[in-house]
Design a protein around this ligand. Structure first.
Ligand SMILES: [Zn+2]
Length: 157
């Protein structure tokens, strides 16, 4: 005979109404550091970038903050369209920018040095805009964890 397990009802228990939901994405992208940087990352190279996007919202009557598929549609859609298999390039890196344009290479132009710190901050802002645009509910991007390698990452809130 299978055991019958009974669950306690939520009555009398304080329920959490605000919760964080995390989704993870991965893409390939090339970059190089400029703005006076002189280390090895001044040479053009690539990373298998990973990002964990944390959004906060209210738990609805169904018990959901948001469908994971909806976060994926918004965030992965933007990343695939703009960053995947592209070179992220500073608008001050004119020699690289000219090469990418001349050779018709996928690229994404930004107005900052393409450090993990700056990319993470940029992702926080653009993914917030994209979630607001794509979803019919408000979610706040409260945390971004961007990994350049499995052992090197930055976090911004
Ligand atoms: Zn790098």
């Amino acid at each position: 005979m299978p055991k019958i397990i009974s669950y306690r009802k939520h009555e009398g228990i304080t329920r959490t109404t605000s919760m964080k939901v995390v989704k993870h994405f991965r893409w390939s992208m090339a970059h190089r550091l400029t703005h006076g940087y002189e280390g090895s990352c001044a040479s053009l190279h690539g990373h298998e970038y990973e990002v964990e996007v944390t959004v906060a919202g209210e738990v609805d009557a169904m018990g959901l903050v948001v469908d994971f598929a909806d976060i994926k549609r918004a965030c992965q859609g933007w990343i695939k369209k703009h960053l995947d298999h592209a070179t992220i390039v500073s608008d001050q890196d004119t020699s690289l920018l000219e090469f990418l344009q001349r050779e018709n290479q996928r690229h994404y132009v930004v107005d900052f040095n393409t450090t993990a710190e700056n990319i993470a901050t940029h992702l926080r802002d653009v993914l917030q805009q994209e979630l607001d645009r794509v979803l019919d509910q408000h979610l706040s991007v409260v945390h971004i964890r961007l990994l350049e390698t499995p052992s090197s990452w930055v976090e911004v809130s």
